[in-house]
Write a protein that binds this ligand. Structure first.
Ligand SMILES: [Ca+2]
Ligand SMILES: [Ca+2]
Length: 501
């Protein structure tokens, strides 16, 4: 009996400790995080940034209930490199996934993995496009299986083609006793576009076309179809907000809405102009963020990983290239950075470009100036570019509309954003701007040095023909990793698709 009592006594503290531990898990009240990533949507093609024609009532509401960032940028204007940069908190050149469809290697850490390890439930629904090693970072993945589909296959074969149709399902699968993180990624508004996306289609005359694209009938039609995908995605965003409210977790859930790169039109996606790298960026978090606030500070997509770790009460990883933007949510005057840095790598076609953007100026350095700034292959195959090619042959395009055909390109470009928001007037050779040019060069070189940016030893052959947008023999899907390309190169082999010979 005495022995039994002793055992009970000895066990007692252990029992109490274990009770405490399990209780603290049940009451883990850290904030939930919902990241919503649009595909190929420029900042000024949604309502909150002043587009008068687009119908995005749910994004309008999200901005009215949260904070709108007006100077937000992506580290690159290319799908998978942008996503792997966001999830790893690294500039693309540090991810080893800097070219389109290179998978993020296993040895790269992600904020999602850190959140999961610390007790968050993590889920992804919609577009994935980051490589198999990242799959393990999520408890649940509902991937829209589309990335390696044959060119020309109808995207509407997968759900409604939006990539959003399993977002709510995912939110309903979360356990109720843990904080959660979800990565909700649309396929809207990625090409190809289809008619019939929404009940009330846009009229071609409703769209707003930037001056570097000619206002032909085909271009207007193309833009209308693009708008329709944005409106469809907006409806799903409304459903997410409503679902979080219905689950009673809205107050302490941080919703962040961004895009992965700019609109899939010439001189936008896969360029470092604002049409490529400037992103919508809305944060709704009722417990922390004042309704209807506007933040004009510069912010970069590499800042997302360290910030989300801070939100989860974790210390950001030392390898991150980004900065914690949490202080900006409660103080709109607080400055996070004096410039943002962006990169353009191989995306269907070879390219190597870098940019620095301050609030007032953009500096672009084209390291392969002999190559034209050809838009991505999906753009090349589609309405607007085909229309521009036909206008070019008629001689009706002006100089800025001819920009993507230009070869060689200037090695340096400098734009006064305040005076020239569309970046049409290159000031790099203007003697009045020599001081600014020198300052921007120094900023770019400083970041390159600090973050160990580098020029590849060899160029990558194009995956498509620049004229037609049809695949060359170098296009392999799934695309081998950077390591596999490097190993092949060491053996003197250029990887290619044997079926194409
Ligand atoms: Ca994209
Ligand atoms: Ca480019």
């Amino acid at each position: 009996m005495l022995l039994l009592r002793c055992i009970v006594f000895l066990l007692l503290p252990v029992v109490i400790i274990s009770c405490k531990a399990s209780k603290s898990t049940e009451t883990d009240s850290r904030p939930n995080i919902v990241l919503i990533i649009a595909d190929d949507v420029s900042w000024n093609d949604i309502g909150p940034y002043g587009n008068p024609s687009i119908r995005t009532p749910n994004l309008d509401k999200l901005a009215a209930d949260g904070m709108l960032f007006t100077e937000a940028f992506l580290s690159t204007s290319s799908c998978s490199p942008s996503r792997t940069s966001i999830i790893s908190g690294l500039y693309p050149h540090n991810t080893d996934a800097e070219q389109l469809s290179w998978p993020l290697p296993e040895d790269k850490k992600t904020f999602v993995q850190e959140l999961k390890n610390s007790g968050y439930w993590t889920g992804l629904a919609g577009k994935f496009h980051m490589g198999d090693a990242v799959l393990n970072d999520f408890d649940v993945v509902h991937e829209m299986q589309w990335m390696d589909a044959p060119i020309g296959l109808d995207r509407r074969l997968v759900g409604d083609g939006s990539g959003c149709d399993e977002w709510i399902k995912l939110l309903n699968e979360r356990p109720k006793d843990k904080p959660f993180f979800t990565w909700l990624a649309s396929f809207d508004a990625h090409r190809p576009y289809y008619p019939g996306t929404i009940d009330k289609p846009y009229l071609p005359e409703e769209v707003r076309i930037p001056p570097y694209i000619p206002e032909t009938d085909s271009v207007k039609k193309d833009f209308a179809l693009y708008y329709e995908e944005i409106t469809r995605m907006d409806e799903y965003i409304g459903k997410v907000v409503a679902e979080l409210e219905a689950q009673g977790v809205s107050e302490n859930t941080m919703i962040v809405f961004i895009s992965d790169n700019g609109r899939a039109f010439p001189r936008d996606k896969t360029t470092l102009y604002d049409g490529g790298i400037k992103t919508p960026w809305i944060v709704k978090w009722p417990l922390k963020v004042k309704k209807g606030s506007i933040n004009t500070q510069l912010i970069s997509s590499v800042d997302i990983a360290p910030t989300f770790m801070k939100v989860a009460g974790l210390e950001p990883l030392k390898e991150f290239d980004g900065l914690n933007f949490l202080p900006l949510l409660t103080d709109v005057k607080k400055q996070l950075r004096t410039e943002i840095y962006a990169e353009d790598h191989f995306h269907d076609f070879e390219d190597y470009t870098r940019a620095v953007r301050t609030k007032d100026f953009k500096y672009i350095k084209n390291y392969y100036p002999d190559l034209p700034n050809t838009p991505s292959a999906d753009i090349v195959r589609d309405l607007s570019w085909q229309s521009m090619k036909s206008e070019k042959s008629k001689g009706t395009l002006n100089n800025v509309q001819l920009w993507c055909f230009l070869s060689p390109r200037p090695e340096e470009e400098l734009y006064n954003i305040a005076l020239d928001p569309n970046e049409l007037n290159n000031l790099a050779t203007d003697t009045e701007y020599m001081e600014t040019l020198q300052d921007m060069r120094t900023r770019l070189e400083t970041i390159r040095e600090k973050t160990a940016d580098f020029i590849p030893e060899e160029r990558t052959p194009d995956d498509f023909y620049r004229e037609t947008g049809l695949p060359t023999k170098y296009r392999i899907r799934p695309r081998p990793s950077k390591l596999e390309y490097m190993k092949a190169r060491e053996q003197g082999i250029t990887l290619q698709n044997d079926d194409m010979d």
